[in-house]
Write a protein that binds this ligand. Structure first.
Ligand SMILES: Nc1ncnc2c1ncn2[C@@H]1O[C@H](COP(=O)(O)OP(=O)(O)OP(=O)(O)O)[C@@H](O)[C@H]1O
Ligand SMILES: Nc1nc2c(ncn2[C@@H]2O[C@H](COP(=O)(O)O)[C@@H](O)[C@H]2O)c(=O)[nH]1
Length: 195
């Protein structure tokens, strides 16, 4: 049976970047799990790549069908944005290993849904000052930078990824994203050894 590797970390810790690098490593044979969100698409994003962008009506439909594995709702500067993983046929553990990006909450719910033996956490961290700088540079490059939302996320992450919450989720291993090549290789070796 396959495993689901759940890549987690605070905002701008490098999850998307590392995720794409790991998926590109053919030897790992990882399949992506694309989550859904109701947040507006950002410039540079493509439908079905990082997310399936959907309406509130679509969320309600998934709910009626009992197909929501886990859902998070955040009261952002622009209203409530939902993020969720759906039982839409993407995950077949008998066939493959999977890589997904999540939060601590998502990881815990996915672990409860598929069983702890099938779900492996990969927690990425970066020094806060460096992370804020990377977040700001990324935001500046957007057509319409959302600085207030960036700050909200930075502060929310402090709570959501507190030492206490990491401990509660039994996450002890941290991968430091200082050098992208190095951290990607460390995670790839970790996955390759089938943790
Ligand atoms: N090791 C690194 N060195 C320099 N820049 C990096 C490194 N890792 C990631 N970055 C850059 O930092 C920014 C944030 O990375 P990325 O978007 O992958 O983070 P994320 O964790 O997916 O963020 P979010 O959760 O907010 O979407 C990007 O502009 C990315 O290119
Ligand atoms: N822990 C928190 N996670 C949040 C919050 N707002 C959004 N998110 C999560 O971040 C990722 C990436 O979001 P993106 O919009 O940058 O693609 C996603 O998984 C959300 O669940 C928050 O306030 N706290």
């Amino acid at each position: 049976m396959g495993k689901i590797y759940c890549l987690m970390g605070k905002s701008a810790s490098g999850k998307d970047t590392i995720y794409n690098r790991l998926l590109a490593m053919e030897e790992l044979q990882l399949r992506r799990v694309v989550p859904y969100t109701t947040r507006p698409i950002r410039s540079g994003e493509t439908e079905g790549e990082s997310y399936f962008f959907c309406s509130e009506e679509r969320v309600a439909e998934f709910e009626r069908e009992g197909k929501i594995i886990e859902l998070r709702a955040y009261d952002t500067m622009y209203g409530v944005w939902k993020y969720f993983t759906a039982d839409d046929g993407q995950i077949v553990l008998a066939e493959s290993d999977y890589l997904m990006i999540g939060t601590l909450e998502a990881y815990e719910q996915i672990r409860a849904y598929f069983g702890a033996e099938h779900v492996c956490p990969i927690y990425v961290e970066v020094d806060d000052g460096v992370r804020l700088q990377r977040a700001l540079e990324r935001e500046r490059s957007q057509e319409q930078p959302k600085y207030a939302e960036m700050c909200r996320r930075f502060l929310a992450d402090e709570q959501d990824f507190s030492e206490e919450n990491l401990k509660k989720a039994e996450i002890t291993k941290h991968f430091l994203n200082k050098d992208l090549d190095q951290v990607t290789q460390e995670i790839a070796s970790y996955i390759d050894n089938k943790y």
